[in-house]
Write a protein that binds this ligand. Structure first.
Ligand SMILES: [Zn+2]
Length: 442
């Protein structure tokens, strides 16, 4: 069975899951460091570094949680106040020193064609509404310079990430419009294979000629090519085609936890040449193999509850809560997340690491990383493991800022060299879009 994150789980539950925040910190500092004669504990050092360099997280599903929970009603769920049913609210964003966030405008893969496009537009609209309502906290960012400016102003630089190529309905024009709306990355495939890109799972499909054209057009637009959720073949094909660094918005290391959503070593080894970055995720099922097995059992139950209560999301949610209570899952730990970071540093190098928590996109949480307030605990763990200040700065934000800058440079060059692609999927792959005629041969 394919592993899914809450993005998919919530699609069938149709409600935002409530995960109790268990504020669990890691063991006390083992090796305080002396700075200018003052002994500084790792947590204090972590916070100091996070005031210096923005922590930029690759993936957060708050827009989907708002859609599912209240149909985007920020009056009902005012994130300026504590919202314990969520993993993200402004008080915890501030406590966690979140400096930049790619907000996911995810829609489930059960939506395809026009329905996926319009639902994704509603998600983008929700991000804009959040920025409008909380201007003291958030600022839209399209470029690395925008991120740095927002951080300097004490705001959370807010980028938009499209989670899945189904959101563009095999249309480069639609891709370009999402880019104009501010989308800075698109995940090529999510959940299920597209006609032009393979998703994580069976790994039977890579990029079709049209899929390769999508990557080229994303390079031209300066959108990051996100390879989380894609098949290994899609990752390899994208690395061959792209002229800009790739981006894994929320994935960890397959050698540490063998699930298709994680990045295998042979792909990690290509990152130094490509310049890309893996934003290590906190999805328990991608961190610990015990949690992964438990997650598969939970997914089987979710599928069963969907059959049992097809038209009653509240009953599904209640059944899941009861099932979870009687079947507690083994917890993945913060130290195990750090193990993934250690592995990627060993195989790809310190320049190819970032963080992508997937908060509000998961139904269970890593012990010690329960919500957006907990990032400093992970940074403190890295410091305890001997990561230097510069290592930590790179993981927090410098690496992803470098990737964004490089993508912007590539875009400038490509925009100077040629016009937008007007190629279609039927021309390149001989596949018609739903409801669209095949272009007549000329
Ligand atoms: Zn996801």
């Amino acid at each position: 069975m394919r592993l899914i994150t809450r993005c998919a789980v919530t699609a069938v539950l149709a409600t935002s899951a409530v995960v109790p925040a268990l504020a669990q910190s890691t063991p006390a500092a083992a090796s305080p460091r002396e700075v200018s004669g003052v002994v500084e504990a790792p947590l204090a050092r972590a916070r100091a570094l996070m005031k210096d360099v923005p922590l930029i997280d690759g993936h957060n599903d708050l827009p989907w949680a708002m859609r599912e929970g209240t149909r985007y009603d920020f009056d009902k769920v005012d994130i300026a106040k504590s919202q314990p049913q969520l993993m993200t609210d402004i008080p915890r964003i501030r406590a966690g020193h979140l400096g930049g966030q790619f907000w996911s405008v995810y829609v489930p893969a059960t939506l395809q064609g026009d329905a996926a496009v319009s639902a994704t537009l509603e998600q983008v609209d929700a991000v804009y509404e959040m920025l409008r309502r909380y201007p003291e906290t958030f600022a839209l960012a399209r470029t690395a310079a925008d991120v740095e400016r927002a951080f300097k102003d004490g705001k959370v630089a807010s980028m938009i990430g499209v989670e899945g190529g189904h959101s563009i309905d095999s249309s480069l024009g639609t891709l370009r419009m999402f880019s104009r709306l501010g989308a800075r990355y698109m995940t090529l495939a999510y959940g299920t294979d597209l006609p032009w890109a393979g998703a994580a799972g069976e790994d039977t499909q890579g990029l079709s000629p049209f899929g390769q054209e999508v990557v080229r057009e994303m390079n031209r637009l300066g959108m990051l090519v996100d390879l989380s959720h894609t098949s290994t073949r899609t990752m390899a094909d994208a690395l061959r085609v792209t002229q800009a660094p790739v981006f894994f918005s929320h994935s960890s290391a397959r050698a540490v936890c063998d699930v298709p959503r994680n990045v295998p070593d042979d792909i990690l080894r290509q990152l130094p040449r490509n310049g890309g970055v893996v934003m290590v995720t906190f999805v328990p099922g991608f961190i610990s193999e015990d949690a992964a097995a438990a997650s598969r059992r939970t997914q089987a139950q979710v599928a069963q509850f969907l059959t049992q209560f097809p038209d009653n999301p509240a009953a599904r949610q209640q059944a899941l809560v009861e099932w979870r209570t009687s079947n507690p899952e083994p917890r993945a730990t913060l130290a195990q997340v750090a193990d993934h970071i250690d592995h990627i540093r060993t195989v790809a190098g310190i320049d190819h690491l970032g963080l992508g928590g997937d908060f509000d996109g998961i139904t269970s949480v890593v012990q010690g990383l329960e919500d957006v307030s907990t990032y400093p605990a992970l940074v403190a763990e890295l410091l305890r493991r001997g990561y230097s200040d510069i290592d930590v700065r790179k993981i927090l934000g410098l690496n992803v800022l470098r990737v964004m800058r490089r993508a912007e440079e590539v875009a400038t060059r490509l925009q100077g060299a040629g016009a937008p692609s007007i190629k279609t999927i039927d021309q390149l792959d001989g596949v018609a879009r739903k409801g669209q005629p095949v272009t007549p041969a000329r």
